[in-house]
Design a protein around this ligand. Structure first.
Ligand code: 5RP
Length: 226
């Protein structure tokens, strides 16, 4: 078992029968979906799951996990997802994939939000390793770029995987990758982007994670809110 599978298994072992469980997106979330499906089949664990993306939905469906549509959700016990950056005070950046909208809705709704990472994802400050992804309604992108410049952010439109066009999110929006340098704190980035017209969602997840499971050389370390 590798470190990614180990943290995913730990998260899956904490699910109990009757829970509604949110499924994140990415390779760490994939390992969690596999571990949860294994418990469902081998131990008869009774769960309902809700996916944060079409790819996670397809994976869960293929593995036979019971699923519900996000539209029917009125409570979420547990949400498990990866992250691209994590600070010591449990601020995350997410969204190197293109499913931020559902990911943040589920992370916010969950009673418990577990984040699965390895040591490489730990950063001193959000933006140290990746620009901040900002999902924008397509017709607003130039105005949002200008507004971001006004607060010191350098934004570029994200290209698609083979560089032949632009990346388009699950909801038909565009993604700006924004470099804020070290000008603004994560709190300032979060509150500014939350209030910016044309921005649908962004990748700073603040005050949402309950615990981070970090896979390091065969052991799982936990980072909790102080
Ligand atoms: C997708 C995400 C992922 O959780 C993030 O990119 C981490 O992915 P991985 O577990 O594959 O490293 O935010 O939008």
């Amino acid at each position: 078992m590798n470190d990614k599978e180990r943290v995913a298994k730990k998260a899956a072992m904490e699910v109990s029968s009757g829970m509604v469980v949110g499924l994140g997106t990415g390779s760490s979330a994939d390992c969690f979906i596999e571990a949860l499906a294994q418990r469902h089949h081998e131990e008869g664990l009774v769960v309902q799951t809700v996916a944060s993306s079409i790819v996670s939905m397809q994976k869960a469906q293929r593995l036979g996990l019971p699923m519900m549509a996000i539209e029917h959700l009125n409570k979420l016990d547990y949400y498990v997802d990866g992250a691209d950056e994590v600070t010591d005070d449990l601020v995350l950046s997410k969204g190197q994939g293109a499913d931020l909208v559902r990911e943040k809705i589920l992370a916010t709704a969950a009673d418990k939000f577990i984040v699965l990472i390895d040591e490489s994802k730990r950063v001193r400050q959000i933006g140290d390793r990746f620009p901040v992804p900002v999902e924008v309604i397509p017709f607003s992108w130039q105005l949002v770029v200008k507004a971001l410049q006004g607060i010191g952010g350098q934004a570029v439109l994200r290209p698609n995987a083979n560089n032949s066009g632009l990346a388009v999110t699950s909801y038909g929006n565009l993604v700006l990758d924004v470099d804020f340098g070290s000008l603004l704190t994560a709190e300032q980035i979060d509150t500014t982007l939350n209030a910016m017209p044309g921005v649908i969602e962004h990748g700073v997840f603040r005050d949402l994670a309950s615990v981070i499971y970090i896979g390091i050389d065969g052991v799982v370390e936990e980072l909790k809110r102080l």
